[in-house]
Design a protein around this ligand. Structure first.
Ligand code: CP
Length: 299
């Protein structure tokens, strides 16, 4: 069975340290050497801009061959199963599959169909998004001397967020000082996270935050009976310049993207707040994915 990246929870401290160190070194232009030319294929059954493109750029920068399977134009439309699509591509010597799917179990079980290929989770249902967490870890590493100094406030729709699950798993492994969720009851996780505080009052939570990590309101993942009173949400949890001015210590602003402008974050914050790190997260997304390829194929 080849090495895979399915969840942050599967990584030990040495793996995390390797990945963040490798990601950091790409900024200086260093590149790893592979023992042969590797080929990876992306299969995204859900839309993406940054994750898909950064996996492609990362592969090309490292000299890996990269194939994007356009699911809408693939034989999936003729009824080919996920299992048969993977096995078909693997027969063409694909070494790694980068998968995004709304069904987390398909990604969890993918390696049973292609045991000698690596599986990289690029977003599975509401469960996990490990490479987003690694991009975020690189962004924190770039901005702080020590993870143990950081208080992170995660704002908003944690309930439907695979990003939050992977981020919280990584923050715990990095042993940050404190993780706080600031969210209304309808966005809290159904099963509480251990060692994560809940503070429904965002302004109070921001008083001690070094990082405010805002999540997208993920309407597409609401069940039939779920509702978000959007005006009330924006009033209590939307980040405005005024709200950030009243915060204790100019927190860094992070968001996995795509942002719903004027819902999670006011447009003027996106355009003017000097500690907005959202595009740095995107840039680090390429380095993080380069690190993942190195970890999978050269270790
Ligand atoms: N953060 C993230 O996964 O963005 P995309 O959906 O654009 O890939």
């Amino acid at each position: 069975m080849r090495k895979s990246l399915l969840e942050i929870e599967h990584l030990d401290p040495e793996n995390i340290s390797y990945l963040l160190t490798a990601g950091t070194k790409y900024r200086t232009g260093q590149l790893p050497v592979f023992d042969r030319p590797y080929t990876v294929a992306s299969l995204f059954y859900e839309n993406s801009t940054r994750t898909l493109i950064s996996f492609e750029l990362a592969a090309k920068r490292l000299g890996l061959a990269f194939i994007n399977v356009d699911i809408a134009k693939s034989s999936t439309a003729k009824g080919e199963t996920f299992q048969d699509t993977l096995a078909t591509l693997h027969a063409m010597n694909i070494d790694g599959f980068i998968l995004r799917h709304s069904d987390e179990n398909l990604i969890k079980n993918a390696q049973t169909y292609v045991p000698s290929a690596s599986i990289i989770n690029a977003g599975s249902g509401m469960h996990a998004h490990p490479t987003q967490a690694l991009a975020d870890g690189l962004t924190l590493k770039e901005n702080f001397h020590s993870f143990s100094d950081i208080n992170v406030v995660i704002v908003g729709d944690v309930r439907h967020s695979r990003v939050a699950n992977s981020l919280i798993a990584l923050l715990k492994k990095l042993q940050v000082n404190r993780i706080v969720i600031a969210a209304p009851a309808y966005f809290l996780p159904k099963v509480p996270f251990e060692d994560v505080l809940i503070e429904p009052d965002l302004d109070k939570a921001l008083q001690t935050a070094q990082v405010v990590y805002t999540l997208r309101v993920q309407k597409e993942r609401f069940s039939e009976e779920e509702r978000c009173p959007l005006d009330e949400y924006i009033k209590n949890y939307g980040l405005t310049l005024n709200r950030l001015k009243l915060a204790g210590s100019d927190p860094l602003l992070m968001h996995p993207g795509p942002v719903n402008r004027n819902i999670e974050i006011a447009s003027d914050v996106l355009d003017q707040y000097p500690y907005n790190k959202i595009l740095n997260q995107v840039q680090n997304g390429v380095y993080a994915r380069m690190a993942v390829y190195e970890w999978l194929f050269s270790c």
